[in-house]
Design a protein around this ligand. Structure first.
Ligand code: G3I
Ligand code: 9MR
Ligand code: ZN
Length: 546
């Protein structure tokens, strides 16, 4: 079928603008939705595109800068519609942020703010420390994803994307996304900090008195597809891990640097907890990894080592306190993480290990702290070169496909949309804080175009955004709440060559990476949502000033 792929949300006036055709044409037109041609140009042949499996042709209309609603047309084919408008991403940003509110667990939603998406309080009971009779209160926080688990490493990383966003792009503090702010006196926090505090307060409860942090709280097995308040099975706090303890130390220290401007006592409590977690790490130098107990099948979030986590903790505490001992630890752990990264390149993580920002490989978050410390240290100098070389690699990769995105076939793993987002974050940081290059911005824009519909499944991966936005996330409340549309602003995990669930495995084995996608509620390996796939977009849209 002849298709013209486009960012279905749209562009600001001066952003680079392009559509991708999967058929040859000499000329293309930009038309108003009334059919009037307002711009025309030559189509450029790109050729065979390895990730989309299509012959691609590019229609670049960056020069066109009029506001309005348009389509791109060539021959008798038309793209879906899009807008050109200065504040084009503002609504999107608010909805992406509001998703965290909808994902709140406990007694937290109100009808006034959640509207039709309100649900009764959930997961309010005490949790049993697995293997003991001890019970603890760990209510609150955000559900992780399509399931109702709450996981310390995943939660820390989602919070980190947002809070580093706040540190780098102050505009995030001005976003109003209509949430109740009962967790701060007189509503004194900006919305984003109030929402993040929901998760921070939960993570505080996940910490044991001795500083260690439980890896997760979930039922023994995933709940069936029911509303969260119907999920009444016993909650378990599974073992503490050095992974969770380090990530929580890191994110609390980071949070301290921001919340101290608003509430000194609260910020101090975070720093105290971060130090307590760190002391535990020092007293327990061997990795304490995590694997599910036999028979349990909720998210495992297993990692092969904890160097990147310890590096992030040391780097973040150094940035928060300026204490040299943390700096020395950061140098030490960075070396271990870097060595590991070099030995395992291409296995278990994508891209430069020291700029990775995902739930497992958090070294890049540590590197962000070192950049923020900005003390001209040897470590900072070294990391700046890592950002530039990774950003340049990504520009190079982007030149190898018609979509201009920094994705290789091997990046199409579970949560490939996160890989796109991660690369956009790296490019954004490099562009703004290390070394500006126009190409960096161009690749970030291409990444956003891709997520919003300029891809070979012609689908916007954000609910509610685009004429053909996906509608069937693997997300329990959405699947069973009887409301047609999911709440807007949810990022899908996206195509995954691994086709790791039953429904996905029905796709032909030779499906090109970009097309390994189905908008099907059963496809948890390629159409689930998670907090840490929404949070990077908060960071990236903040870079755009949304
Ligand atoms: O990194 C390797 C890559 O080197 C290799 O080439 C590729 C081949 O398949 O695999 C890659 O590893 C994948 C890994 O994610 C990368 O992060 C694994 O195959 C894949 O199974 C693994 O998926 C994780 C999934 O849980 C299953 O463990 C996802 O990252 C992770 O986001 C997801 O998290 C789940 C939670 O467990 C439960 N809650 C929902 C959440 C989202 O689906
Ligand atoms: O719904 C679960 C999803 O959130 C997880 O990412 C996924 C992998 O842990 O598991 C899903 O639950 C499935 C379970 O693992 C196997 N039986 C079917 C469940 C989904 O309906
Ligand atoms: Zn809940």
């Amino acid at each position: 079928m002849k298709s013209i792929y486009i960012n279905q949300v749209g562009f600001t006036k001066n952003s680079p603008k392009k559509a991708v055709l999967n058929f040859p044409a000499e000329r293309f037109e930009v038309r108003t939705t009334g059919g009037e041609c307002v711009f025309s140009g030559n189509v450029k042949e790109f050729g065979k595109d390895k990730i989309s499996g299509e012959e691609t042709f590019v229609a670049d209309f960056s020069e066109f800068q009029k506001e309005g609603k348009f389509t791109v047309n060539a021959g008798d084919a038309s793209s879906l519609s899009f807008d050109i408008k200065e504040d084009i991403y503002d609504g999107l940003m608010k909805d992406i942020c509001k998703c965290f509110y909808y994902l709140r667990c406990g007694n937290a939603l109100t009808k006034e703010y959640a509207g039709d998406y309100y649900h009764e309080p959930c997961h309010m009971g005490l949790a049993t420390v697995y293997g003991t009779d001890e019970k603890r209160d760990v209510t609150g926080g955000w559900h992780d994803a399509g399931d109702y688990g709450r996981y310390s490493t995943a939660g820390s990383v989602a919070v980190a994307h947002i809070l580093y966003g706040v540190r780098f792009f102050k505009g995030l503090l001005d976003i109003d996304f209509n949430i109740p702010k009962e967790n701060c006196e007189k509503g004194q926090y900006p919305d984003i900090l109030s929402e993040v505090k929901v998760e921070l307060d939960f993570l505080k409860k996940m910490q044991r008195e001795d500083g260690a942090v439980y890896h997760k709280v979930t039922t023994f097995n995933h709940a069936p597809f029911i509303m969260p308040e119907e999920d009444k099975n016993e909650l378990f706090l599974f073992a503490v891990s050095s992974l969770a303890t380090a990530d929580v130390a890191a994110v609390f220290a980071l949070a301290y640097t921001i919340y101290k401007e608003y509430d000194k006592a609260y910020a101090d409590s975070l720093l105290e907890a971060a130090k307590r977690a760190y002391e535990w790490l020092l007293a327990n130098p061997k990795p304490l990894l995590f694997y599910n107990p036999e028979g349990s099948n909720t998210g495992q979030y297993d990692e092969a080592e904890d160097y990147s986590n310890r590096y992030w903790a040391a780097a973040s505490l150094y940035e928060a306190t300026g204490e040299k001992s943390y700096y020395h630890d950061a140098v030490d752990q960075k070396r271990k993480a870097g060595d590991y990264g070099e030995k395992h390149a291409g296995f278990g993580f994508q891209g430069d290990y020291l700029t990775c920002l995902g739930w497992a490989e958090v070294a890049g978050l540590g590197s962000l702290s070192i950049l923020l410390a900005g003390d001209g240290s040897d470590l900072e100098k070294e990391l700046r070169t890592h950002y530039v070389s990774e950003a340049d690699r990504l520009v190079n990769v982007a030149s190898e496909n018609g979509f201009g995105i920094p994705m290789l076939a091997e990046d199409y793993i579970w949560g490939s949309n996160f890989e796109v987002e991660k690369y956009m974050m790296i490019l954004a940081v490099t562009d703004k804080f290390v070394q500006h290059k126009d190409e960096y911005r161009k690749v970030i824009c291409a990444g956003l175009d891709y997520l919003l519909g300029c891809n070979s499944v012609d689908t916007s991966y954000v609910t509610g955004y685009g004429e053909k936005a996906y509608k069937n996330p693997h997300l329990r409340p959405t699947a069973v709440d009887g409301i047609d549309d999911p709440w807007p602003g949810l990022v899908s995990g996206g195509p995954n060559r691994g086709l790791q669930d039953e429904k996905a495995s029905e796709l032909p084995k030779d499906t090109p990476p970009m097309k390994c996608y189905l908008d099907d509620v059963a496809c948890y390996s390629l159409n689930e949502i998670t907090i840490y796939w929404n949070s990077p977009l908060v960071f990236v849209l903040a870079y755009f000033g949304a």
